[in-house]
Design a protein around this ligand. Structure first.
Ligand code: SF4
Ligand code: SF4
Length: 288
């Protein structure tokens, strides 16, 4: 199940790419910028700031919606309210495409991929939760000569890793924290399998991505340990700055966002963090 397909991306791997966002992730990072990706099933969201109170959604609902923000007891996510809303205040996240349908969709952009050395990135959520699906999509794309990449939290099994290696040209894997206990405290999962996967992927197009989360992993000690690990593996690092732009998405899903009032680190601080990596001889950059 997908929740988005973004065309002409330039930050999710090399060249111009289409990025496919799959739904479902077993981690629950409290800073997550895509809260609509976390649950595996379809879900409905209502953004009160966009609503003009026209009532079209209430009239269209076959299950007795009482007000724009109401989700009636029998709601089956039919999407009629989303369809009639003139302000896109209602959104249903989650739809299915078969591997053939998805490949046909992204192949519309093949000329851009070929001109730019780009391709297709599968992101999430966590793509490896839909392993058979992504393996089939990647395989079909490779048969068509399209470059493939995956964005993942890196917590997948040895067998899944070995299955992906021949199908994926670039692995963009998150390094959230070098301290396994701290990572487990914040995300529910330690880092042992992630570090093991990174070691095994070092010669298979691995890029380490570090989301710089204020107060969690952006201290000098963790960054120095992360830089030493990347140096040992001799792979590039992308440092991704924190933003809290997902606040309205959390609100529209009826969820609290713990990082709502947390600010991005100042540019000079981000550059100082980057220097920790470059001073240790790591090929590192701010942004993906
Ligand atoms: S998705 Fe369908 S059933 Fe649910 S609130 Fe909207 S119109 Fe009503
Ligand atoms: S259709 Fe959209 S804008 Fe109109 S009341 Fe419903 S949610 Fe608000």
């Amino acid at each position: 199940m997908l929740y988005n397909l973004q065309r002409y991306c330039i930050h999710d791997g090399q060249g111009i790419r289409d990025t496919v966002f799959l739904k479902g992730c077993q981690m629950r990072c409290p800073w997550c910028a895509n809260p609509e990706s976390q649950l595996g099933g379809r879900q409905i969201a209502f953004n009160k700031n966009k609503c003009i109170g026209c009532g079209a959604c209430v009239k269209a609902c076959p299950k007795g919606k009482a007000a724009p923000e109401d989700i009636p007891a029998g709601c089956d996510l039919c999407g009629k309210c989303e369809y009639v809303c003139p302000r896109e205040a209602i959104q249903i996240y989650g739809y299915d495409l078969t591997p053939d349908e998805l490949v046909a969709e992204v192949m519309k952009d093949a000329p851009y991929f070929r001109k730019s050395d780009g391709g297709v990135t599968i992101s999430g959520g966590e793509p490896t939760l839909q392993m058979d699906y992504i393996a089939e999509v990647f395989s079909k794309l490779h048969d068509l000569g399209i470059h493939t990449a995956i964005e993942s939290h890196g917590h997948f099994s040895d067998a899944e890793r070995e299955r992906l290696i021949p199908l994926v040209d670039q692995f963009l894997i998150d390094l959230k924290h070098m301290d396994s206990a701290k990572q487990e405290e914040y995300t529910g999962f330690g880092n042992e399998q992630i570090l093991k996967n990174m070691e095994a992927l070092r010669d298979h197009g691995l890029v380490i991505r570090i989301p710089l989360v204020p107060g969690f992993n952006d201290d000098d000690e963790n960054l120095t340990r992360s830089a030493a690990f990347a140096k040992k593996l001799d792979v590039p690092v992308h440092l991704l700055k924190f933003h809290n732009m997902a606040s309205s998405k959390y609100e529209s899903l009826g969820r609290e966002y713990a990082y709502k009032n947390i600010k991005t680190q100042p540019q000079e601080e981000l550059e100082r963090m980057l220097k920790i990596f470059t001073d240790m001889g790591v090929e590192a950059q701010l942004g993906g």
